[in-house]
Design a protein around this ligand. Structure first.
Ligand SMILES: NC(=O)C1=CN([C@@H]2O[C@H](COP(=O)(O)OP(=O)(O)OC[C@H]3O[C@@H](n4cnc5c(N)ncnc54)[C@H](OP(=O)(O)O)[C@@H]3O)[C@@H](O)[C@H]2O)C=CC1
Ligand SMILES: O=C(O)CCC(=O)C(=O)O
Ligand SMILES: [Mg+2]
Length: 414
């Protein structure tokens, strides 16, 4: 396919999907989006680390052929008009399957809707996978951060993130409220004249594919449990249904049996499938983190839980993630954090979240040796107390380095 602004590297080859398996050539074309705010600083530090890991692991036999695609502020610059998410960016990721991105800005209250969310929805990347693990030596606000070892599976295409909402006083809000009152007998809207309205769609199909991915991950990675996190006591037909459909998948597709009469279940291989109400979960991950392992949850809960858990192991400077469709093989790897705009252009923030997202990407490609080198380098570098500002301010005797210098230290430590 020909693109207007995207340049396809001539020395690269397409990653493809055959019989449900990614076929990765030695020179795979991988798309990247630099991102807004601190995105360019982070990408400049991260790209050399990923390249160095691949070079060191495979001695030049394998190499990523990078293909820049545009979104956010840079898309406006490149296309010369306000296009936040060009169609050809979606087409390119659709065709080349694998991408990595920096954070993109979303204004609060008005303006464009999230480009990050749009990428996930339009490419149907239904699982947001965010592992939360502790690296020895990272400063943490909790006493036993090493007990935190969880992987969040956040549903990525539904819930209130569908963006179906109407502003207070708008014609749309008035119409929906009128419909709810006249046609549906709803008399519980406390201030109907001045309410904005949002809709929360949660489907069996969307829930099932997410929970299926979480359970399969637990099986493939020898994890102890999968916890369905929901607020089903209050939102019975969305969050409550998520829990019920989640257990149903466990029973019908994975052979789970009730544990002590239910509602918890156990898989034939001993993995526990359980559920917890979201507010209780947020206190228990602090008081009893060892009881949580793989977490499957809805979109909004997953957003909150991601940042909260990241804080327990040292903050969102070190929180990676992936948006994956396990059926089509398409995936975009990205940090949990946002653009941290106050630090933009200062070469200051921690690039670890994107670098570790790159580590996840290398594993997705099956390049485990290169991924292992990144983890080892991360452990060594933090062990030497060479860290960016976010860790340095909480550590004794740390050497504070810039974003790019941290990347260089990782390369030295490979
Ligand atoms: N997937 C995406 O692209 C996401 C985009 N966003 C967008 O990003 C913008 C800013 O969001 P905001 O709520 O401020 O959240 P951010 O995650 O951008 O930043 C909040 C704080 O987190 C810390 N932080 C973030 N990134 C890093 C890093 N790499 N290294 C060290 N510390 C870091 C900083 O803390 P401190 O001040 O303590 O140093 C920062 O002030 C918004 O437009 C939002 O919509 C948000 C989340 C995800
Ligand atoms: O898209 C955004 O601006 C925020 C997204 C977000 O917070 C997340 O994915 O964790
Ligand atoms: Mg978030």
């Amino acid at each position: 396919m020909g693109f207007e602004k995207i340049v396809v590297p001539i020395d690269g080859e397409k990653i493809t999907l055959q019989d449900g398996k990614l076929q990765v050539p030695d020179r795979p074309i991988v798309a990247f989006i630099e991102g807004d705010g601190t995105g360019p600083d982070i990408w400049a530090a991260s790209q050399p680390v990923l390249e160095a890991a691949v070079e060191k692991a495979y001695g030049g036999q394998r190499k990523i052929a990078w293909m820049e695609v545009y979104a956010g502020e840079k898309a406006n610059e490149v296309y010369g008009e306000p296009i936040w998410l060009p169609q050809e960016t979606l087409d390119a990721i659709d065709e080349y399957l694998v991408a990595i991105k920096g954070p993109l800005t979303t204004p609060v209250g008005g303006g464009i809707r999230s480009i990050n969310v749009a990428l996930r929805q339009r490419l149907d990347l239904y699982a947001c996978v965010r592992p939360v693990q502790y690296f020895q030596g990272v400063p943490s606000p909790v006493k036993r951060p090493e007990l935190v070892n969880m992987v969040i599976f956040r549903e990525n295409t539904e819930d209130i993130y569908a963006g179906i909402e109407w502003e207070a006083y708008s014609d749309g809000a008035r119409k929906v409220i009128q419909f709810l009152r006249d046609e549906m007998g709803v008399n519980k809207i406390r201030f109907p004249e001045s309410s904005g309205i949002g809709i929360k769609p949660v489907s069996e199909e969307g829930t099932s594919r997410l929970v299926r991915a979480a359970i399969q991950y637990a099986i493939d990675n020898n994890r102890k449990s999968v916890t369905l996190v929901h607020k089903g006591n209050i939102m019975k037909f969305t969050e409550g249904a998520f829990m019920q459909w989640g257990y149903k998948v466990a029973v019908e597709e994975f052979g789970a049996k009730p544990l002590d009469g239910g509602p918890w279940h156990v898989l034939p291989n001993g993995i526990i499938i359980k559920d917890v109400i979201a507010d209780a979960m947020l206190q228990q991950v602090l008081t009893r983190p060892a009881e949580y392992d793989v977490i499957a949850t809805l979109n909004l809960n997953g957003d909150y839980i991601s940042d909260a858990l990241a804080a327990q192991v040292g903050g969102i400077g070190i929180a990676p993630g992936a948006n994956i469709n396990y059926v089509t093989g398409r995936a975009i790897f990205e940090a949990t954090h946002g653009t941290a705009p106050k630090y933009a252009g200062q070469d200051k923030v921690n690039p670890s979240s994107v670098i570790l997202s790159g580590e996840m990407m290398l594993r997705h490609l099956g390049w485990h040796e290169a991924a292992d080198l990144i983890l080892k380098a991360m452990e060594r570098t933090i062990g030497q107390k060479i860290v960016t500002y976010d860790f340095a301010r909480l550590m004794e005797g740390a050497t504070e380095v810039k974003c790019s210098e941290f990347g260089q230290a990782l390369i030295r430590n490979m």
